[in-house]
Write a protein of this length. Structure first.
Length: 115
């Protein structure tokens, strides 16, 4: 079972900021900005490449909840960035689809050429 499925199943602790039947949001263990939260579907979808038409409602729900979670975190008004790393070139490390919410301070340029 993947690490995020273990978080869904409460086998690994996480600082949960939102949870319902379909999704979960929790603080990233290694925050890259003052606020760094991950939003995941409870369903194990490995990456953006694995989204299918049957996930339409789930993905719509997740996107509806992102601004609500940002508001709850107090970062909505000043803005934030949602990032979904996909595959090797996208820098994805955990193959359970997740939406990074980064904010609480300026996030900076959209991409960098450091690597
Ligand atoms: P990505 O590179 O897009 O796959 O991002 C994976 C993210 O998951 C990284 O930002 C990690 O810091 C984060 N992460 C890994 N393990 C955990 C965990 N147990 N709890 C919370 N965040 C985690
Ligand atoms: Zn999983």
């Amino acid at each position: 079972m993947c690490v995020f499925c273990k978080i869904v199943n409460k086998e690994i602790p996480a600082k949960v900021v939102y949870e319902d039947d379909l999704i979960m949001a929790f603080h990233d263990i290694n925050p890259q900005r003052k606020v760094h939260v991950l939003v995941i579907p409870k369903k194990h979808i490995p990456s953006v490449n694995d989204i299918t038409p049957e996930d339409k409602e789930l993905m719509g729900h997740l996107w509806v909840k992102i601004p609500e979670i940002a508001k709850k975190l107090g970062i909505a008004e000043e803005g934030y960035r949602v990032i979904v790393n996909t595959g090797k070139n996208g820098g994805q490390e955990i193959y359970h689809i997740h939406f990074h919410i980064l904010g609480g301070e300026p996030v900076g340029p959209m991409t960098c050429r450091n690597k």
